[in-house]
Design a protein. Structure first.
Length: 194
């Protein structure tokens, strides 16, 4: 695998609510590491690549979602920082109680002109890796790849991230089965310093 590829993985926490949050916590990283359908050759170079990731997603963030089993609103925090000479963005995700539940790494593959994202959960029980693009005009991004969660067969996932306002992003995570998308969860991420 080329050095420019993102090498990371994802897991889910085995601790009650954290299991349901694993995918949710991958969201911030996805927001960091995706791009959207519709990017064209006219896209300004300063609006793509690792510089865009660093500008929009470095620093602390908050996430909120709804627990699918209880309907209760839940939230957590995280922090993203550049690593490897500013070539990648590393994001640590924390549960509502502040426990670290996963680490994601995002980057931009210049030759492929695609964003890459991977996530590794704190307990090592799941991994995720995907590639995607971003449409700066529509403010939408997508990533598609493979996901493995302990005890389940590997499957294809797709994420869609939309910019709601300056520093606020919605994220939806889907399971892909052929042409069918099944929503697994959605969340909102806020980067208050950006």
């Amino acid at each position: 695998m080329p050095a420019t590829d993102v090498l990371a993985a994802t897991t889910q926490s085995p601790h009650g609510i954290h299991r349901r949050l694993l995918l949710t916590l991958m969201l911030a990283v996805l927001a960091c590491g995706e791009t959207a359908v519709g990017q064209t050759a006219e896209t300004p170079r300063d609006d793509v690549g690792i510089s865009w990731l660093l500008e929009n997603f470095s620093g602390p963030f908050q996430w909120t979602t709804t627990d699918p089993s209880t309907g209760e609103d839940i939230s957590g925090t995280g922090h993203c920082e550049p690593v490897f000479g500013d070539g990648f963005l590393r994001c640590v995700h924390r549960s509502p109680s502040g426990e670290e539940i996963g680490v994601g790494i995002s980057g931009y593959h210049e030759a492929k002109r695609m964003y890459q994202w991977a996530y590794y959960g704190a307990d090592g029980s799941a991994i995720m890796f995907g590639e995607g693009q971003r449409d700066p005009v529509q403010g939408i991004s997508w990533v598609e790849g493979r996901q493995k969660i302990e005890g389940l067969p590997e499957f294809t996932f797709r994420t869609v991230t939309r910019e709601l306002s300056d520093g606020e992003w919605s994220y939806t995570h889907y399971r892909v089965d052929g042409d069918t998308l099944t929503e697994m969860f959605n969340a909102t991420f806020i980067y208050p310093t950006n």
